[in-house]
Design a protein around this ligand. Structure first.
Ligand code: SAM
Length: 339
């Protein structure tokens, strides 16, 4: 039973943890093109610190953890880190979000370490366009990564496709075909206002998933279904005759704040109760101050971590007011916070 209930009665059971702000890609909707200042290494949470925080979150009732970044597979020691997480008894589900570049190398090892499943970002099925969106990425490597994840049994595999008008919305049916042919859950995600290049023309580039859905309904028979690991914001549909599913995430056009069950831990050690609010709780400082004061023994240390988690949960706003026209005071890069 989760002890993490926020001021609006929502039970918090899901932690999203960014283990690095570094990424081998610089997707146009995620990072600025100009040199990006990375967080210095010593300011990034150490694996032991992350494990400690997750342990206490699980003691408070968290059952699901997603590892993200930046690109989580660029951080050394990630397999061992997953092994440590697997040792946390009441943690039911460990998943990871990746761009897939290193997945052919890591899929088996991650599965063995105890990772349950992966989400893979894939915004185009055309090599040149993929390269342009990711600023230099390799579609071939991402597709190989998907094959390896299937082979390793990191299931169900969810594919994250951020739709941007005029850039990849012409490929929606190609993605639908992919879901017809392969056992993949393709999720069309509404583009959110982050990343300087596209944000300047946000209204023109934004495309609601409702618009996409209406087009698809005319052509395909979509049956609404529930998938076992999906109690998040996506709505899934099986296409008649298909092996996979398609899903829609309406981050902007229809808020899913009412059912939000998550908080985030950023790579620099801040608990972030809501992606769209800049309010954060500095849990790293609390832990490191304890070490300096030598008051870090057992019970007190655990209690301080738990108190910080509870403080962050109580800070969770009722909802965000963001929409296509209103992107008030928002400054975030997903690579830093963890998407
Ligand atoms: N590097 C990994 C990857 O590529 O999946 C994990 C980090 S990435 C920030 C996590 C997810 O955030 C990706 O699926 C990405 O598509 C999504 N994302 C980043 N910026 C976004 C934006 N502006 N709008 C919608 N989704 C975004």
């Amino acid at each position: 039973m989760s002890q993490l209930v926020d001021s609006f009665g929502r039970k918090i059971t899901y932690f999203r943890v960014s283990i690095t702000d570094r990424c081998n890609y610089r997707c146009i909707y995620c990072q600025p093109e100009k040199e990006f200042e990375f967080i210095p290494h010593e300011e990034i949470l150490r694996y032991e610190e992350i494990v400690e925080i997750i342990e206490e979150a699980v003691n408070l009732g968290v059952t699901k953890v997603r590892i993200t970044g930046g690109e989580p597979l660029v951080r050394k020691g990630v397999v061992n880190f997953i092994k440590k997480l697997r040792e946390i008894k009441k943690l039911e589900d460990i998943s990871l979000t990746t761009n897939g570049f290193f997945l052919s190398e890591y899929a088996e090892k991650l599965k063995e370490a105890g990772l349950n499943r992966v989400n893979i970002s894939l915004d185009s099925l055309q090599e040149e366009k993929y390269k342009k969106i990711t600023r230099g990425g390799s579609l071939e490597k991402a597709l190989k990564g998907i094959d390896s994840a299937l082979k390793a049994g990191l299931l169900p595999i969810k594919i994250n496709t951020v739709l941007i008008r005029g850039i990849n919305d012409d490929e929606v049916e190609d993605f639908v075909r992919l879901a017809l042919e392969r056992p993949l859950n393709i999720r069309f995600i509404e583009f959110m206002p982050s990343g300087e290049e596209v944000i300047n023309e946000f209204e023109d580039k934004f495309i609601s998933v409702q618009e996409i859905k209406e087009k698809l309904i005319k052509k395909y028979l979509l049956n609404s279904i529930k998938i076992s690991t999906a109690n998040g914001p996506a709505k899934y549909y099986q296409i008649k005759g298909g092996r996979g599913t398609i899903g829609f995430i309406t981050a902007l056009s229809q808020h899913f704040c009412k059912t939000c069950n998550r908080i985030r831990l950023t790579s620099e050690g801040k608990l972030r109760p809501c992606l769209f609010s800049n309010k954060e709780i500095d849990i790293k400082k609390a832990i490191r101050d304890l070490v300096r004061d030598k008051k870090s023994e057992g019970f007190l240390r655990k209690k301080i971590i738990r108190d910080k988690i509870i403080e962050a949960v109580m800070l969770k706003p009722k909802g965000h007011k963001l929409n296509i026209k209103n992107q008030e005071n928002l400054s975030f890069h997903m690579s830093r916070i963890g998407g």
